[in-house]
Design a protein around this ligand. Structure first.
Ligand code: CP
Length: 290
């Protein structure tokens, strides 16, 4: 793979390979680029998990990193995304990790000749998050085929939902979505959370992305939690083997009750832990094939 920008470009074999490679890294596999490769982390939109776990992943592979500070850069003088990326290519970086506010931003970057790893494009896709979610599910259940997952929340504005809905279906999972009707995505198998909760293997909760929509003045955290959130009452209705996931950041007591974030069924911090290994697999994949 030259770039990893959208999982729909990857075959199922390639997706399984990345997950298996990440599991191998977690189990102790090592690769060392001996500080000869440089990965640039270019985040044009805020991030904590994705940014710092890509940075950790690159370091674990013996790569150097450059961490672009958008707010203190020549973006402020009007430099474009393309020219910024071309600069990092020109100064000797070997791969670019990019998060940007624009859906499909990578389509503007065909003139960049070093690999691009998409760390999230607007409302479009979030392949590294999706892969770490899949790794977490595979560790838990050993397979994907036939598992039932409901993704609950702001589906319309969520790149995590968009990436996962597509790839989980391709892997043979039964995927449902739920949440406020104004955040529903057409064609995404919408259900009432309370109608399906007892039957789900995976409940994936999403944050309401207030930054991506206007008109939220009347949003009530208490109402959202009561109608769509994972409350203590709903938690008791989950299958014994069910797991909870959330890409985070979390709005505690909105999409999930505070005390459930680290409950027995929660895999939220395991997702973050697995993110390092998935990003090691992604970086290694593109550097190895450079
Ligand atoms: N899950 C996720 O993408 O988190 P960050 O925005 O903190 O990177």
């Amino acid at each position: 793979m030259k770039n990893i920008v959208n999982l729909s470009d990857l075959s199922l074999e390639q997706i399984h390979h990345l997950i298996d490679e990440a599991i191998a890294f977690k189990n102790g596999k090592t690769v060392d680029y001996h500080q000869k490769k440089v990965v640039a982390n270019l985040f044009f939109e805020p991030s904590t998990r994705t940014h710092y776990s890509f940075d950790m992943a690159a370091g674990n592979l013996g790569c150097r990193t450059q961490n672009f500070e958008a707010n203190n850069s020549s973006l402020k003088k009007g430099e474009t995304l393309y020219d910024t990326c071309k600069l990092f290519e020109s100064i000797g970086c070997d791969a670019l990790v990019i998060r940007h506010t624009d859906d499909d931003y990578y389509k503007q970057l065909e003139g960049i000749h070093i690999p691009i790893l998409n760390a999230g494009d607007g409302k479009g896709n979030h392949p590294s998050q999706s892969l770490l979610d899949l790794m977490t599910i595979k560790e838990e259940f050993g397979c994907f085929e036939g598992l039932k997952v409901v993704i609950v929340g702001d589906i319309l504005h969520s790149r995590v939902a968009h990436s996962n809905y597509d790839v989980m279906q391709r892997l043979g999972m039964q995927v449902y979505t739920s949440g406020p009707l104004e955040y529903k995505q057409d064609g995404y198998n919408y259900v009432d959370f309370d109608d399906v909760i007892e039957d789900m293997d995976v409940v994936m909760l999403l944050r309401v992305q207030h930054e991506r929509h206007a008109g939220d003045e009347n949003f009530s955290k208490e109402n959202y939690h009561r109608i769509y959130g994972l409350s203590l009452e709903r938690y008791k209705r989950l299958k014994e083997t069910a797991i909870l996931m959330h890409p985070a950041p979390i709005n505690r007591d909105v999409e999930i009750k505070d005390e459930l974030v680290e409950s027995g069924k929660s895999r939220i911090f395991r997702q973050m832990h697995n993110g390092v290994f998935i990003r090691m697999a992604m970086i290694h994949e593109v550097l190895e094939n450079e």
